[in-house]
Design a binder for this molecule. Structure first.
Ligand code: NAD
Length: 521
């Protein structure tokens, strides 16, 4: 992979390139002395070091965003939309470059990385329509000679804090809308995958965005806390695990900010007895093991209803055995996990599932499906990257840690229930409510499910029901803190405030004193 832009910077003392911040339209180390390693999960090699911002660095980025805000807010809608269109064109023409950056730091296979960029680009395209989205209402003659109109205005500098699993798409759920609506932005990407966001910052500059409108601070908890505490930040869009989402929501709102904090998930796929089991098995494998299960919309719990479980598990196992796990740049089906620590954590859950008595149908710890598919440069002792094969558990119960916890890896658990009502109860008892899917040929059952299920995004014979950009993305319960979902019209609302103007123009007949409370007449 070649990073042609400036995001990979001159070497650190240890010899790797340093990934810096982007403040006020330029790449800068600011005052960062702390750094963290960035690894290529397919090889296990340290590919760079990311600067970790101190509070002063974050404050400098916020100051740049605050300084750029008045002029950007007052830039015409037409001009702002033109910059969005330019960014979209550049992104579209260079998306393969961005996909390669994602694969090199996250590990997901190249096609999947390209899919992520494309889904993010959809939000850019939606944001190109901001002149239409910001149109207010107008009531002529609301009262005698009085007109009323509404408008939506930007908030100011806003912060976007993103997780490792979608280095490009998740920041793009937010910043195109924030920018198009006239806000300025400070993004804090995951320190595990920092390069994509800095790369996009340079693309914005090329697209003609004024300096200071889009800023990036790399970092960890210190940077997040500095954003949450900085009074100039008016709103925070966060995506990550549930405990951190809850923390960000509490601290951000306590500081008077508007916060949407999207958290973790445990997504159920319910398969009814009348479903097409081949279709359901394909869907379970795709949604369970795509991106090595590191998707907030991954299916991690399959609920088999009635007597189909044996046949369904057998079909899923057959398909899973054919998956090729390896370096995402080499045309495999599934890449490595993001870090060695995460790979070991997921493997620990497989140990726990086995110890709890679940049936291990396929065991990713011994790479049952993929021993010869790993990186060709593997050492004789084993692959050098952070690989784990797909794991399939059967006879999982709701008390087991492999069910109660979000594992965020290639581990699919099958739970068996007798009837539709048991499946609904099981899904609704989960503390998470991000996504769910039902597989059936019974339209009536599907219709009941979409009505009864307490989950924010529902798929009917669609395993990963990620809404299009013009709808809003978000879960219920512990999968979202705050009341506004990402993108779509809810995203536009999140990044703007409403104002209503009541107008009376005097004409020659108007005049006289009246100290009474204004009334409609
Ligand atoms: P994470 O919570 O560890 O990190 C998310 C962000 O928070 C990162 O930028 C990180 O630097 C920061 N952070 C980490 N610890 C912090 C702390 N103690 N204080 C302040 N900030 C902190 O999440 P992750 O491992 O990067 O991402 C995976 C998680 O994200 C999963 O739980 C997944 O379900 C979730 N996710 C949810 C959605 C959704 O839409 N609901 C989408 C993608 C990912």
């Amino acid at each position: 992979m070649t990073i042609t832009q400036q995001s990979a910077r001159p070497e650190s003392a240890s010899g790797e390139p340093t990934i810096l911040h982007w403040i006020g339209g330029e790449s800068t180390a600011a005052g960062s002395e702390r750094t963290a390693p960035v690894t290529n999960p397919a090889t296990g090699e340290v590919s760079g070091r990311v600067a970790l911002a101190r509070t002063q660095d974050v404050d400098a980025a916020v100051a740049a965003a605050a300084a750029a805000f008045p002029a950007w807010r007052d830039t015409s809608l037409a001009r702002r939309a033109q910059v969005l269109f330019s960014f979209r064109e550049l992104l579209n023409s260079r998306k393969h470059e961005l996909a390669a950056i994602i694969t090199a730091e996250h590990g997901k296979v190249l096609d999947d990385a390209l899919g992520e960029v494309t889904r993010g680009q959809e939000v850019v395209e939606f944001a190109c329509g901001m002149p239409h989205l910001l149109k207010g209402g107008f009531s002529e003659g609301a009262s005698t000679k009085v007109d009323v109109h509404s408008m939506r205005q930007p908030l100011g500098p806003v912060a976007i804090i993103s997780p490792f699993n979608f280095p490009a798409m998740v920041p793009m759920w937010f910043f195109p809308l924030a920018i198009a609506a006239g806000n300025t932005v400070v993004v804090k990407p995951s320190e595990k995958v920092p390069t994509a966001t800095v790369w996009m910052a340079e693309l914005w500059k090329e697209a003609g965005l004024p300096d200071g409108v889009f800023n990036v601070v790399n970092g960890d908890k210190e940077a997040v806390d500095a954003l949450l505490d900085n009074p100039s930040i008016k709103a925070v869009s966060f995506v990550g695990s549930t405990p951190i989402a809850q923390y960000v929501y509490s601290r951000g709102t306590a500081n008077g900010k508007r916060v949407q904090a999207l958290g973790g998930a445990k997504n159920h796929m319910v398969v009814l007895p009348d479903a097409d089991l081949d279709l359901a098995a394909d869907a379970a494998v795709n949604a369970g093991f795509g991106s090595a299960g590191e998707r907030c919309m991954a299916v991690s719990a399959l609920v088999a209803v009635g007597d189909i479980a044996d046949e369904l598990v057998s079909k899923i196992a057959d398909r899973t055995r054919s998956l090729r796990t390896g370096d995402g740049l080499r045309g495999c089906d599934m890449g490595p996990l993001v870090t060695a620590a995460h790979r070991d954590r997921v493997a620990g859950y497989i140990d726990a599932g086995e110890a709890a008595g679940a049936t291990v149908v396929l065991d990713g710890r011994v790479n049952t499906s993929a021993t010869d598919q790993f990186d060709a440069e593997s050492t004789p002792e084993g692959p050098s990257g952070f690989f784990l094969g797909p794991t399939l558990f059967d006879h999982v119960t709701t008390e087991m840690p492999i069910y109660t916890d979000e594992i965020f890896g290639p581990v699919l658990s099958v739970l068996r229930v007798d009837a539709y009502d048991d499946a609904v109860q099981l899904v609704n008892d989960s503390p998470y409510g991000n996504g769910t899917a039902i597989f059936t040929n019974d339209g009536g059952a599907a219709r009941r499910y979409q009505n009864e299920i307490q989950v924010g995004m529902v798929g009917i014979n669609v395993p990963v029901p990620v809404p299009m950009a013009y709808y809003s993305f978000g879960g219920w319960k512990n999968s979202l803190f705050g009341d506004t979902h990402a993108h779509g019209t809810e995203g536009v609302h999140f990044f703007t405030r409403g104002k209503v103007v009541t107008t009376r123009w005097q004409d020659p007949s108007h005049g006289g004193l009246n100290l009474g409370f204004p009334q409609n007449d």
